[in-house]
Write a protein that binds this ligand. Structure first.
Ligand code: NAP
Length: 322
C-alpha cells in the first residue's frame, strides 16, 4: 500500500455488517470512509463520521480505492461488479459472487492469501462456512477424517446473523428465551458453499456432512460443534496437532492447547478460536471440534477488512486489533 490514506466506500452502511465495517474503518490507520450509502437514510448524518449517507447510485466508484458492498444477497453482487468495472478494489459481503462470478476470489483469508494478494474482486465467505472450513481444512488435508462416515455440524448463531430487516420470526418475543433449529436436512443456503470448500480441501472429493444451524437468542456470535469421524489411529490430540501446525503463525486463528472456546472469548474480536475433545463410548472413533467466532467480525466485516488489507498490500492486522 503506497498511499498514506486510501478512500473507501461502504455500500449498505446502515446494515449490521455495514455498521461494523464503518466502526472498524474509524480506527483504521490508512483507510478513510469517503462514501457511506443508505437508500432509506440518504441525506442524514452518519454517526461517528463527518459524512452524510448518499444513495449507492451517487458513489463515483472510479474515485475510490476500496469498496465494501454490504447489501442483501441478490442486490449486492451487481453493485460490486459495477464498482470493480470502474477500477476499484471490491470486497462483497453477500453470497452473490461466492461461486466465482466476475472472477471473484473466495476470501477465506488464511486459506487463500496468495490469490487474495493479486485480487481486485473478493467474495467474502458466509459466516457459518468460515468456522467450519477453517476447522476442517487442515484435518481433511492430513487425512485424519474418516471419509466413509458423515461429519455432523451443529451450529448456533446470534440474531444479528439474519440482518437488520424486520422479520416477524426475529421479533424479541419470538426469539427470547428460546432456542431452535432451522434450515434442517442440509437445506440451509450455506450448504453448497461448505460442500465446495470442503471438497477443495479434500482432493476434490466431497466429504459427507450434515449441517444444522440454530438460532441462539444473543445478539452476536457463532458456536459450531463439529462431530469428526476419525480415521484409524487418530484422536483429538491428532486433530489439535494438525490445526496448530496449520494456524500456529496466524493472528486471527487460535487453537487451544486445552479446553474449549465459548462466545465470550470471541465476541467483539476478529478471532476464530477452536478446541478439540475426545468422545468416549461412541461406538466408532469420534472427536469433537468446537469453534467460536463473531458472525459480524471474522464472519463478515472483520474478515472483509482483513481481506482488504491483503488486497491493498497493508499489514493484515491493521484496524483489527481486539
Ligand atoms: N449479518 C451477518 O452476520 C452476515 C454475515 C456474513 C455475511 N452477511 C451478508 O452481508 C450482507 C449484509 O448483511 P447485513 O446483515 O448487514 O444486512 P442488513 O442488516 O439487512 O443490511 C442491509 C443493508 O442494505 C441496505 N438495503 C437493503 N435492501 C436493499 C436493496 N434492495 N438495495 C440497496 N440497499 C438495500 C440496507 O439499508 P437502507 O435501507 O438504509 O439502504 C442496509 O444498509 C448480506 O448479503 C448478508 O448475507 C451477513
Amino acid at each position: 500500500m503506497n498511499k498514506l490514506s486510501l478512500r473507501a466506500a461502504v455500500i449498505g452502511a446502515t446494515g449490521y455488517t455495514g455498521q461494523e465495517v464503518m466502526r472498524l474503518l474509524r480506527r483504521h490507520p490508512r483507510l478513510r470512509v469517503a462514501y457511506a450509502t443508505s437508500e432509506s437514510s440518504a441525506g442524514t448524518a452518519v454517526p461517528g463520521h463527518a459524512l452524510r449517507y448518499v444513495q449507492s447510485g451517487a458513489v463515483p466508484f472510479d474515485a475510490v480505492d476500496i469498496v465494501f458492498t454490504c447489501l442483501p444477497t441478490g442486490a449486492s453482487g451487481a453493485v460490486a461488479l459495477r464498482a470493480h468495472a470502474a477500477g476499484a478494489c471490491v470486497v462483497d459481503l453477500s453470497a452473490d459472487l461466492r461461486h466465482g462470478a466476475g472472477g471473484a476470489v473466495y476470501g477465506l483469508t488464511e486459506l487463500r492469501r496468495p490469490a487474495l494478494r493479486q485480487a481486485k474482486l473478493v467474495a467474502n465467505p458466509g459466516c457459518y462456512p468460515t468456522g467450519i472450513v477453517l476447522a476442517l481444512a487442515p484435518l481433511l488435508r492430513a487425512g485424519v477424517v474418516d471419509a466413509a462416515r458423515a461429519t455432523i455440524i451443529d451450529a448456533a448463531s446470534g440474531v444479528t446473523g439474519a440482518g437488520r430487516t424486520a422479520k416477524r420470526e426475529l421479533l424479541y418475543a419470538e426469539v427470547a428465551e428460546d432456542y431452535r433449529a432451522y434450515g434442517v436436512g442440509n437445506t440451509h443456503r450455506h450448504v453448497p458453499e461448505i460442500a465446495r470448500e470442503l471438497s477443495a480441501e479434500n482432493g476434490g472429493v466431497r466429504p459427507p456432512f450434515v449441517f444444522t444451524p440454530h438460532l441462539l437468542p444473543v445478539r452476536r456470535g457463532i458456536l459450531e460443534t463439529i462431530y469428526v469421524p476419525l480415521a484409524a489411529g487418530a484422536d483429538a490430540a491428532t486433530l489439535r496437532e494438525e490445526a496448530r501446525a496449520a494456524y500456529g503463525e496466524e493472528a486471527f486463528v487460535e487453537v487451544l492447547a486445552a479446553g474449549l472456546p465459548s462466545l465470550g472469548d470471541v465476541v467483539g474480536t476478529n478471532r476464530v478460536v477452536m478446541g478439540f475433545a475426545d468422545v468416549v463410548d461412541s461406538g466408532a472413533p469420534l472427536a469433537l471440534a468446537i469453534v467460536a467466532f463473531d458472525n459480524l467480525l471474522k464472519g463478515a466485516a472483520g474478515q472483509a477488512v482483513q481481506n482488504a488489507n491483503v488486497m491493498l498490500g497493508a499489514c493484515e492486522r491493521e484496524g483489527l486489533a481486539a
